[in-house]
Design a protein around this ligand. Structure first.
Ligand SMILES: [Zn+2]
Ligand SMILES: [Zn+2]
Length: 216
């Protein structure tokens, strides 16, 4: 059995027609995370034909094989949906990694993003993961002490930390290697990001996310 590394959710044996590295893409990892949820377990599975049925959004259940599903997501993308992952998991072709906390789950997803040409080389998808949104909001809600700001060098000292768009000397960045509130503040000073329109409450970091209880 070949595995795809500790940071990915799915350990893959060869199944259906999907290339192994497809399963490590963020858009696929999101679906693997959904496949883990209790409500996305199969209603019925035929072990012989390797097909399953899943609760649908309407009255009719979805019919799923390892290579096809009639849900909207599959019809639209033609790539494994949460039902296909759930079925493959049930049949033992893959083992969906179950993170202990939602926070760990968000880190698995974040690590799947590759560098881009966007600011700080961050994939724009990174900023949409809830644990990042919490930091993004703080960048607009808190007071910061900003010194040595350089538009040219895209650098500042924020609350005493050395901040560029790619990195920050604070403990949060050191621990996670994803944008902290200082990086978002710098991006805001450089007019690369806008103030969020939604309230921050929904993105608060839950208790039990011990790793990030270090001072944000
Ligand atoms: Zn489906
Ligand atoms: Zn920082």
């Amino acid at each position: 059995m070949s595995t795809t590394g500790i940071d990915t959710l799915v350990k893959v044996k060869h199944w259906a027609q999907w290339p192994t590295d497809l399963h490590n893409k963020p858009e696929q990892i999101k679906r693997q995370i959904s496949a883990n949820k209790a409500k996305h377990q199969p209603l019925e599975v035929n072990m012989e034909t390797q097909t399953g049925t899943f609760a649908g959004s309407g009255k009719k259940p979805y019919s799923t094989t390892l290579s096809k599903c009639n849900c909207n997501d599959f019809v639209k993308r033609k790539l494994p949906c949460k039902h296909i992952y759930s079925l493959a998991n049930y049949l033992g072709y893959i083992e969906l990694y179950k993170p202990e906390t939602e926070y760990d789950e968000s880190m698995v997803l974040l690590r799947a993003y590759e560098p881009t040409d966007d600011w700080g080389k961050w994939d724009p998808g990174v900023h949409k993961v809830w644990s990042q949104k919490a930091r993004y909001h703080r960048a607009f809600e808190e007071e910061f002490d900003i010194a040595d700001f350089s538009k040219e060098n895209q650098f500042a000292k924020i609350n005493g930390y050395s901040v560029s768009l790619e990195s920050c000397s604070c403990p949060d960045f050191h621990e996670r290697q994803f944008p902290c509130k200082h990086i978002y503040r710098l991006a805001a000073e450089l007019e690369l990001i806008e103030e969020p329109k939604t309230a921050s409450r929904q993105y608060e970091i839950p208790e039990g996310a011990a790793m990030i209880t270090i001072k944000l």
